[in-house]
Design a protein around this ligand. Structure first.
Ligand code: SAM
Length: 232
């Protein structure tokens, strides 16, 4: 059977590229974005009552990971990027149907004529992600107190983040123009966004992540992340 779905809206995100996005929602609560509904789904009635939910589920397309073939096993970063396990045992982006599922915080719903915008935080989605559906998070159903996953039993280790003098000065200039930014950078970098096989390695290499309008340059040495510069 084949099905065809239409995007009901698209994401505007603080994450401008895939690299550096935390691997699940909620790991960087300061990450902000908006979901803009598109016609004919931008009807204010379609979100009536949704403001009663503090959190929502988003079903979306991994539009930057579409392939015309799939593999039954993948190497999840959580297992160091070397061990293969079944695609259905993971939240990998390359899957038979490139569909993702994220729970995010619904900060506010803004309605201006036919413009329906959901303001979100804690998202793990890249700019332009097409959304297929929205569902309210229902704690008494969705919170499963006895649930376990022995492949991912704890939240990922986080690293301390320090700022070089250059980056601190650039931050002062940047925040003067764009408001709070440091928390987002700290929350994203403490996850050590480098490729999984680099975990626990010290490197001279300086990486760059595009967050909002800024290119955040960082390196990781002795399990400490240093923000080297913020360029924009
Ligand atoms: N929470 C979702 C899930 O479990 O289905 C997504 C998990 S997936 C491991 C999260 C990663 O997907 C992010 O780190 C980011 O690199 C990637 N990503 C986010 N939006 C994407 C998109 N539109 N297309 C492809 N990859 C995307």
């Amino acid at each position: 059977m084949k099905f065809e779905f239409q995007a009901i809206g698209f994401i505007q995100s603080c994450y401008k590229e895939k690299f550096g996005i935390p691997r699940q929602p909620g790991l960087a609560p300061a990450a902000k974005g908006q979901l803009k509904l598109v016609a004919p789904f931008n009807h204010p009635d379609a979100v009536r009552g949704l403001e009663k939910s503090t959190h929502i589920w988003l079903q979306f397309v991994f539009h930057q990971c579409q392939r015309d073939h799939w593999k039954p096993t993948v190497r999840p970063p959580r297992l160091g990027g070397n061990e293969r396990i079944g695609v259905f045992a993971t939240r990998a982006t390359f899957r038979p149907n490139p569909i993702g599922l994220s729970v995010v915080k619904l900060e506010k719903i803004e309605i201006d004529g036919q413009d329906v915008t959901l303001h979100l935080s804690g998202l793990d989605l890249v700019e332009g992600t097409p959304i297929l559906d929205i569902k309210p998070y229902i704690p008494y159903v969705d919170q499963v107190s006895e649930a376990e996953n022995t492949l991912a039993s704890e939240s990922p280790e986080i690293l301390p983040v320090i700022w070089s003098e250059t980056a601190q000065q650039q931050l002062i200039n940047y925040e003067g123009q764009f408001g709070s930014f440091k928390t987002l950078v700290d929350q994203v970098l403490q996850q050590d966004p480098r490729p999984a096989y680099r975990k626990n390695q010290s490197e001279e290499k300086v990486y760059g992540i595009q967050l909002n309008e800024a290119n955040v340059r960082f390196s990781v040495s002795d399990q400490v992340v240093t923000v080297q510069a913020i360029e924009f």
